[in-house]
Design a protein around this ligand. Structure first.
Ligand SMILES: [Ca+2]
Length: 122
């Protein structure tokens, strides 16, 4: 009887692990952004593909770092704790926009939507 009892307990334990893991796979929108990162999204309101950075990327159009983000960012969440610069050109050139920390997530301003080609932590 003791062995049977232990098997039942183990079965319940396994089921609980599966349940607890499910929300992580169901993360959507802005909630995909890890702590302490600069997150960018291809769609508005945290939709579409996500990429996130610790220090930045001098050319979103090349194969180094995330791909598919060049001239394709529509919303951001700066969770880095630092101000970031975002640029229309590669190599931190051209029109420059700033992203302040601690202001939550937002769609980028219309002038910057689908324009950012490089970005960096200041
Ligand atoms: Ca650009």
């Amino acid at each position: 009887m003791r062995i049977k009892s232990l098997l039942v307990s183990a079965s319940i334990g396994a089921a609980m692990v599966v349940t607890a893991a499910s929300p992580a796979f169901a993360a959507t929108g802005y909630n995909r952004c890890p702590d302490f990162k600069m997150c960018v999204f291809t769609g508005t309101n945290g939709s579409g593909a996500i990429a996130y950075f610790s220090t930045g990327d001098g050319n979103l159009g090349d194969s180094s770092g995330p791909t598919g983000m060049n001239n394709n960012i529509e919303s951001i969440w700066n969770r880095s704790g630092h101000t970031w610069e975002l640029f229309d050109g590669i190599g931190f050139s051209g029109t420059r926009w700033e992203s302040d920390p601690y202001v939550g997530h937002n769609n980028v301003i219309a002038a910057a939507a689908n324009k950012v080609s490089s970005l960096r932590d200041t």
